[in-house]
Design a protein around this ligand. Structure first.
Ligand code: ATP
Ligand code: MG
Length: 379
């Protein structure tokens, strides 16, 4: 059992000592039975968030989720949610799929009201009363495809039929919920089965903000495994698969500005690097992380790449790696040229970087100032 289980059990014991019922639920129990690595451990309890907050030393409320509080124990975080409905039975029956409706008590006993364990071993995604479940929260339909991708399970006939019938409800789902599941779907080991499901049920047509169509979906099936790749790489791949060469299609997806910037820089270096090489200046401007990501993207798209080791050596061999390593500062330049500060200073410093990185000048204060002076008419 991994460390997080020990800690989670401690949370359960502490709640019990204080007179509250509590269980580990959802994905963690499923993944335990499947021997998969556990992403996060969710806990439900009869205590309210306020009560949980008084019991544990470190807790945080979550934005927009009034029923859930985060408990922090020995560097680990647990989402602790008040049991929905009156009883655990009601709570478990409200969950999306039978495989996600299992609970584990503090003694290690599994509570299974919907034959979820049987479905796990039979590798089937099933929902109790699928029409009701899928209409209630249409995101669940995309979750089905996501779990196909992650687990390689079959979709039960009745559920599959429901996906076809209710797929139009997907249009009502908030885009930020869709994107979270989409990334997980892209990362799954069985991505192609999930994409087949999207095509066969027609669900893909109801995910308009992702700008997917049938031909584009085929592009995703040719991409290498994304399991261990960053979300930034996944979104860059997404853009390239849908035929975009910049991040424009992502702007409607409400991703963070930082994420958009990350995708944007990778795509622009990807696009510009037509020849199979990096110049010193490109590498310096990109930084090693972005350059390695660009090569990764190329390898995921089965294009010829520069081996990472070679790129790392090139990076190490650069005379400087960022502006702070430059032997002159803005202050040195101001003093030397005896001019007022202004936009020219930025240009001079970037010329200095350029000269040093391309080895037209040594990284030495005197040498750089002299070289700049020679070129001062260009400035
Ligand atoms: P992961 O391993 O990616 O965390 P998970 O199954 O734990 O997968 P979460 O999104 O963490 O998924 O949700 C935790 C549990 O909450 C699920 O296992 C499921 O029981 C329930 N759940 C989550 N989202 C929904 C939903 N939209 N509708 C119904 N139940 C849901
Ligand atoms: Mg989870």
């Amino acid at each position: 059992m991994s460390n997080s289980w020990q800690e989670a059990k401690e949370v359960l014991h502490t709640l019990k000592k204080n007179g509250f019922e509590s269980y580990i639920v959802g994905g963690a129990v499923r993944d335990l039975l499947l021997n998969r690595e556990i992403a996060d451990v969710d806990i439900v309890t009869s205590a309210t968030p306020d009560e949980v907050a008084t019991i544990f030393l470190k807790t945080f409320m979550m934005n927009n989720q009034h029923e859930t509080i985060i408990v922090r124990l020995n560097q680990l975080h647990f989402e602790v949610t008040t049991i929905r409905g009156e009883t655990l039975t009601e709570d478990l029956k409200r969950r999306d799929l039978t495989i996600n409706s299992l609970a584990l008590d503090d003694e290690g006993e599994i509570i299974d009201l919907v034959n979820g364990e049987k479905d796990i071993y039979a590798k089937v995604l099933r929902s109790i009363d699928p029409q009701e479940r899928m209409s209630e929260d249409p995101l669940r339909m995309l979750r089905v495809a996501r779990f196909v991708s992650e687990l390689g399970f079959e979709v039960d006939v009745e559920l599959r039929d429901t996906l076809v019938r209710k797929k139009h409800f997907l249009k009502k789902v908030a885009i930020e919920r869709i994107t979270k599941e989409w990334i997980k779907l892209l990362k799954g080991d069985h991505r192609n089965s999930a994409i087949n499901l999207l095509v066969e049920t027609g669900m893909y047509e109801e995910l308009p903000d992702l700008l997917l169509n049938k031909d584009l979906l085929e592009q995703f099936t040719n991409v290498g495994a994304l399991k261990n790749e960053s979300e930034t790489i996944c979104w860059a791949i997404h853009c390239l698969c849908i035929g975009a060469n910049d991040e424009t299609p992502l702007k409607q997806l409400l991703l963070s500005k930082e994420r958009l910037r990350g995708v944007s820089s990778r795509l622009s270096y990807y696009k510009n690097r037509k020849k199979n090489e990096w110049t010193s200046l490109e590498l310096y401007q990109a930084s090693i992380q972005v350059a390695l990501d660009v090569e990764k993207i190329r390898s995921l798209l089965k294009e010829k790449i520069i081996p990472f080791q070679e790129l790392n050596l090139m990076w190490e061999a650069l005379p400087i790696h960022n502006r702070s390593e430059l032997a002159v500062s803005g202050r040195d330049v101001l003093r030397f040229f005896k001019k007022e500060q202004g936009p020219w200073l930025k240009e001079v410093l970037s010329l200095a970087e350029h000269l040093v990185v391309t080895r037209h000048c040594r990284n030495d204060k005197h040498a750089i100032l002299q070289a700049l002076e020679k070129r001062s008419d260009e400035l």
